[in-house]
Write a protein that binds this ligand. Sequence first.
Ligand code: AMP
Ligand code: GLY
Length: 420
Amino acid sequence: MKVLVVGGGGREHALCWKIAQSKKVSKIYCAPGNGGTKEIAENIDIGAEDIDGLLDFALKEKIDLTVVGPEAPLVMGIVDRFEEKGLKIFGVNKEAAQLEGSKAYAKAFMEKYNIPTAQYRRYTDKEEAIKALDDFNYPLVIKADGLCAGKGVVICHTKEEGIDVVNYMMADRAFGSAGERIIIEEFLEGIEMSLLCFVSKGKIIPMESAKDYKQIFEKDEGPNTGGVGCFSPNNLFNKELENRIGEEILSRIETGLVKENIDYSGVLFIGLMITKDGPKVLEFNVRFGDPETEVLMPRLKSDIMDIFEKTMDGSLTKEDLVWSEKKCLTVVATSKGYPGAYEKGKEITGLDLLDDDIILFHNGTIEKEGRLYTNGGRVISVTALGSTLEEAREKIYKNINRIRFDGIYFRRDIGKIKNN
Ligand code: AMP
Ligand code: GLY
């Protein structure tokens, strides 16, 4: 089979890596890909949001299956467009993608189906939103409604900060139309957990759990990022919590999908806060997570192509997902300045010095004339399996120091947080 993977980050590299292990696959293309995908796939110079370009390519090359990484093309309706032309594509359709594309839509869905989440209100009028800042306890959370590349959520500790954020989103239109509607919600205290699930024609089959590190600095300080470290499984996820999530969250989502007539096939990534009152949903994503995928793919023993096919035809069962008992950890090396402004184009060296049991996933790299350069805020994910988290940690931190580029930064406490 010929497979096209859409996207160019660490998630897509991990997907290409896993797809390449399938005996069913003869050729992988990645659009646009990166310096890492280039080693196992043919990179195609078409952007992930250029749906016309991707469609033309898939038709011309007779692609058997397209797998979509990022949310933006899903929200734009890439799946509907491919299916109209009779092409097979793994990902959710435009209607289902609203669960990530609009936070107001997702919150209304959660409210309607009694899915535990933070108390919230939505606003389309700036003055009304500012007035409402008196009615909440602090800290509170302000979220732009639409997609903002992970930057549309701000935690505010005072009313003054809240006013600034409302103005920034609604008057200055920092996120364009994505900020025309905002959500103000209660701040939830607890421990975060990522639960990615395959959804096979409305039936939810969870993958193994993961723990994502969002903040750029050690001890979870500093601004939020897309995720700079991750491990799986998340040891917070015991049988009791699994049952509770199943009953209070997953089965209610399944009911909601049926009642709303949403034809959901693909991945649902549930961002959870485990609070003292139980698990609550922070957000839905309609795609694989990044860096969650980098720690899940190495633990997945099953053929991912079988999983994609079964998910799409509605026959996937829990037994189809076979996981290694090993723990997997990844640490993301980032460019100086990330998640703020950063420079690209720094030469990366030392990758040839890494031990054989290190799995490298490239997030933002580009290869030019045999040399590798940084090409993003998140640059490279150094990943390892181990019988224990500590063993995986030791392997990673022994190796990551061998990688060099100007301004390299990474957290040294990934996998070491005391409650995990
Ligand atoms: P979201 O994109 O909604 O997941 O928000 C990004 C991050 O902001 C989450 O991963 C949390 O770390 C944080 N966050 C979002 N909503 C809340 C909330 N209600 N309470 C506490 N933290 C939150
Ligand atoms: N790691 C969080 C995300 O993929 O959104």
